[in-house]
Design a protein around this ligand. Structure first.
Ligand SMILES: Cc1ncc(COP(=O)(O)O)c(C=O)c1O
Length: 430
């Protein structure tokens, strides 16, 4: 039942707007139930969720392990103020994360959203930087996305996301080219080196496998290793944003492990509670811990280390761990299906890794003649086929727009469901 006063309801209805800010004027499908990998709207349409919500619902919906954990939440203390008390649920989850990611001697700082987690990593990097780099100046990649807070946006190379907030963003943030679209690794590393030499950069932020803003591009190992070497040589911190790529989404538990990186701080979120609760975590390495000043104010949020979220996180991480061999199997199957299943359609190239891929679209293909962008058309066609994906586009250095459709299936999919997902995708792009 609505809690709005009758006269307020009336005003909103007169203007024809839903009360929730940001809803588009066209009616979005309203999801009323969900089971397995299916979302069901108010008209009874079923959609395969091919994007795990937004990379978070990695176990699908109504997962038995998560339902059991939800039931157990009735006996969890609902709120404990993290600045005043510890709580066993958050302590256990922190311990579990260091084991799960094999990050011995790391310490865990819990936040609420991915952006908060990243901001915590930025604050801690600032506090631990050498005096000449204690500037709060961060370097990051073009086409990166680090969240919707002013700090996260300041460090994001997602120009469309930044455009309306430019005057509010930090002006000293440094964006360097990403090794995409054929840009040479050597040139991209030179740009990092130049930035580090010329500006008092406190830390560099990288997504080892980039998100939808960059079409799920895995960064080459040689580039990542080069970045780590430059950071180490110049006393610059390295923050790995694994909010999307972590928890097996792009192969190993952490994408940075595949490149042999040891970031100073790694940030994870999204899959951490399989989408059941908003939590993120900054995993802080011993190299940072030994530089933490004895007296400083760590700060936190009202809901930091929230016990119910921690209880749900523990269930999700245990289940993700149990599914580990299955995640690898599913990733190999997806790779084979994408190689064989999308031939002769609107596809230019498929980019990604593990259970995260972006399908680059050919804008001249006949189905894309319309008033909206090819990725929007592809998204809507997929939706009509009963498949939820994520559209994306970006302006390349050569001035062309690269359009893509991203998929990121749940780890709990069966082989048959994965095949059905690719069949629907192929139909949408034919
Ligand atoms: C790589 C990356 N970093 C940070 C964020 C921000 O996370 P949140 O939306 O939970 O604040 C996102 C969200 O999409 C992301 O993909």
């Amino acid at each position: 039942m609505s809690t709005l006063m009758p006269q307020t309801m009336g005003l909103l209805q007169q203007r024809g707007e839903p009360a929730l800010l940001g809803r588009t004027p066209e009616k979005l499908p309203s999801i009323e139930s969900a089971f397995g990998i299916y979302l069901v709207d108010d008209l009874g349409n079923q959609f395969i969720d091919g994007i795990s919500g937004a990379y978070a619902a990695v176990l699908g919906y109504s997962h038995p392990a998560m339902r059991a954990a939800l039931a157990d939440c009735g006996s969890v203390v609902p709120f404990v103020h993290n600045a005043r008390f510890s709580n066993i649920w958050a302590d256990e989850l922190a311990e579990k994360l260091t084991e799960h990611f094999v990050l011995p001697d790391h310490r865990v700082y819990f936040s609420v959203s991915g952006a908060d987690g990243l901001e915590a990593a930025m604050r801690i990097s600032h506090v631990c930087a050498p005096p000449e780099r204690k500037t709060g100046t961060f370097c990051s990649l073009r086409f990166s996305y680090h969240g919707a807070t002013l700090g996260g946006l300041s460090a994001s190379g997602h120009l469309k996301a930044r455009q309306d907030y430019v005057g509010a963003l930090k002006t000293d943030s440094v964006l360097v080219p990403a090794p995409l679209d054929g840009a040479s690794i050597e040139d991209c590393l030179s740009a990092v080196e130049q930035a580090i030499r010329e500006k008092p950069i406190c830390a560099m932020i990288v997504e080892p496998v980039m998100g939808n803003a960059a079409g799920s591009a895995p960064l080459p190992t040689e580039y990542l290793v080069g970045v780590q070497q430059l950071c180490t040589a110049h006393g610059v911190g390295l923050i790995a944003d694994e909010i999307t790529s972590g928890f097996g989404r792009t192969g190993p538990a952490l994408a940075s492990k595949l490149a042999g990186l040891s970031p100073d701080i790694t940030v994870v979120g999204k899959a951490l509670t399989a989408g059941y609760f908003p939590i993120s975590a900054a995993l802080v390495s011993p190299s940072i811990l030994e530089r933490l000043p004895l007296r400083f104010t760590l700060l936190g949020h009202s809901h930091s280390a929230q016990p119910i979220g921690a209880r749900l996180g523990l269930a999700a991480v245990n289940e993700i761990e149990r599914l580990r061999p299955r995640i690898d199997e599913l990733a190999a199957h997806l790779n084979a299906l994408l190689t064989d299943g999308l031939k002769g359609s609107a596809v230019v190239e498929i980019q990604g890794r593990g259970l995260l891929y972006s399908i680059k679209l050919d804008p001249s293909y006949r189905i894309f003649q319309g008033r909206v962008s090819p990725s929007t058309i592809a998204y809507e066609r997929a939706l009509k086929e009963g498949l939820l994906t994520m559209p994306g586009s970006r302006l390349t250095d050569s001035g062309t727009t690269e359009e893509h459709l991203t998929i990121a299936p749940a780890y709990s999919m069966t082989d048959g469901e994965l095949e059905e997902m690719i069949t629907r995708l192929a139909r949408a792009l034919e």
